[in-house]
Design a protein around this ligand. Structure first.
Ligand code: FAD
Length: 465
């Protein structure tokens, strides 16, 4: 049995490790386009900030660890074509030579590519790139290019295009490095994956740290500045009211989301689904014989909303594990995502799980969303913080559908969103969250945990509506 995993990140490596775990006699090859298998790209902002001092520390496992687990690594090797009928994979190796690799089962984990938005100066003849201080950010290669700019050009200012979670983490990181950061976001509020009421709190944190936040601002062009002094790059944008807006900076980072990397699978005849991602069943099978797929390149099964596209590292790990098991003849199913996520912005954290109000409507629910606040632990014990909460539940059934939180990074926002995620995963009602037996000691919590206070606020309000 020879399993080939294409892609050396969360999905591909998880599939490969699971296969070896289940059958140590199975031959497993991982084909990786670059030389950085099993790196935690989620940690890139903390290497850029300087908090993680050596890029090698971002490796979940070293190459030696992976080889010790029995993985055959083909680094700097690009998968070019899948011959589904012949069960062969055409690759180009580091030396540029083509080779056909025979497989019994194939797991496609080609991940995602950063979106390059239609901004003048980013594509076409004479376009700007890393050498000019203009960057996209996804891979370790991108990271080294950003670090090269930061270390050789020592920029004093940066424009970040995009205020999703990666854009925010990078605003935090570059500010920590001492750069003046200007963040431009075309939507009306930052962190558009949470309700604007919480996004506004995130924006407040950015502003209090000196980040110039320009929402409702669509970047139209990046060009070389004519006069030296303010910064070597000029960023032209237009505001929501149609007024032109211009800023200078010495480096520009474009982080506006990702798209699934599906060329290889599509070329082999795989069906594509939501947002052009590879369609898979819950067992991560593509429908092509002996070809499975997992991670950011596939459609995500959402437990409440059905098929969607939700590229997250947590999901890629789980799907990869399922794919690795099923490649060996198993019958595992991916349990489904709730889009549970958390982001640290300076000293605050924002988190969400499940559905927001408009998403719940789209999924066929009759949602009510209620805002509330609670202390993270008893206020008489030093260091307590308020947590802002938004609970969404179904009016008819009382089922918990979604929770969004914002609070200090020490307020255990991540733990609390995970309680909500567990409750939603198992179909609990909002009322039942109030019954959960959660831990309590005054320095760390309250007899009613913040999450239960939010649940009670929802139940009280929902009864009246
Ligand atoms: C800066 C940043 C921060 C993030 N933070 C978080 C976070 O905090 N929490 C979270 O859950 N998620 C986070 N994510 C998202 C998370 O990293 C991704 O969801 C996850 O890496 C997806 O894993 P993947 O294996 O599906 O794909 P990818 O990580 O995209 O990897 C794809 C792999 O396939 C290889 N490849 C592609 N095409 C070929 C080919 N033709 N031949 C050979 N190899 C190929 C690539 O080289 C790479 O090894 C973050 C992402 C970034 C960029």
């Amino acid at each position: 049995m020879h399993l080939i995993a294409i892609g050396g990140s969360d999905a591909g490596i998880s599939a490969a490790l699971r296969a070896r775990e289940l059958d140590p006699g199975c031959e497993v090859t991982v084909v990786v386009a670059d030389a950085y298998p099993n790196f935690s790209i989620c940690g890139i902002p903390y290497y850029v900030s300087g908090e993680v001092t050596d890029w090698r520390n971002l490796a979940h496992r070293s190459i030696a660890d992976l080889e010790a687990a029995g993985l055959g690594l083909r680094l700097d090797t690009v998968a070019r074509r899948i011959d589904v009928q012949g069960r062969k994979l055409l690759v180009t190796g580091a030396d540029g030579r083509e080779e056909l690799l025979a497989y019994d089962k194939l797991v496609v984990g080609t991940g995602a590519m950063p979106v390059r938005p239609p901004i003048g100066g980013l594509a076409g003849p004479g376009s700007l790139g890393p050498g000019d201080g203009v960057h996209l950010l996804h891979s370790m290669g991108d990271t080294f290019a950003v670090m090269q700019t930061l270390e050789s050009a020592a920029p004093a200012s940066a424009v970040i295009v995009g205020a999703g979670y990666i854009g925010l983490e990078m605003a935090d990181a570059l500010t920590l490095r001492g750069l003046n950061v200007i963040q431009m976001e075309q939507l009306p509020e930052v962190l558009p994956t949470v309700d604007s009421q919480l996004g506004a709190l995130v924006r407040g944190e950015l502003a209090s740290r000196g980040v110039e936040v320009l929402t409702g601002t669509t970047v139209q062009a990046v060009s070389r500045a004519q006069a030296a002094g303010d910064g070597r790059l000029r960023v032209d944008a237009v505001t929501a009211s149609g007024d032109p807006l211009m800023r200078h900076a010495e480096t520009v980072l474009v982080v506006v989301g990702v798209r699934p990397e599906t060329g290889l699978a599509a070329g082999a005849g795989a069906t594509l689904g939501v947002r052009g991602a590879i369609a898979v069943d819950r067992g991560m099978r593509t429908g092509l014989p002996d070809v499975l797929a997992a991670g950011d390149c596939v459609v995500t099964h959402h437990r409440l909303a059905g098929d969607t596209y939700l590229p997250l590292g947590t999901t890629a790990h789980k799907q990869g594990r399922v794919a690795g098991e099923n490649a060996l003849g198993g019958n595992r199913e991916f349990g489904g995502s709730l889009g549970t996520q958390v982001v640290k912005i300076f000293d605050q954290a924002a988190a969400r799980t499940g559905l927001r109000d408009h998403e719940a409507v789209a999924a066929g629910f009759d949602p009510v969303t209620v805002a509330s606040e609670a202390d993270d632990h008893k206020a008489y014990y030093p260091g307590s913080h308020r947590i802002a909460m938004r609970f969404t539940g179904d009016r008819a059934t009382g089922r918990l559908l979604g929770v969004q939180l914002f609070g200090h990074r020490s307020a255990e926002v991540a733990k609390r969103v995970d309680i909500a995620a567990t409750a939603i995963f198992h179909g609990m009602t909002v009322d039942a969250v109030s019954d959960l037996d959660l831990s309590y000691t005054p320095p760390l919590g309250s007899p009613w945990d913040a999450i239960q206070i939010g649940a009670q606020a929802w139940a009280g309000r929902a009864r009246l509506s």
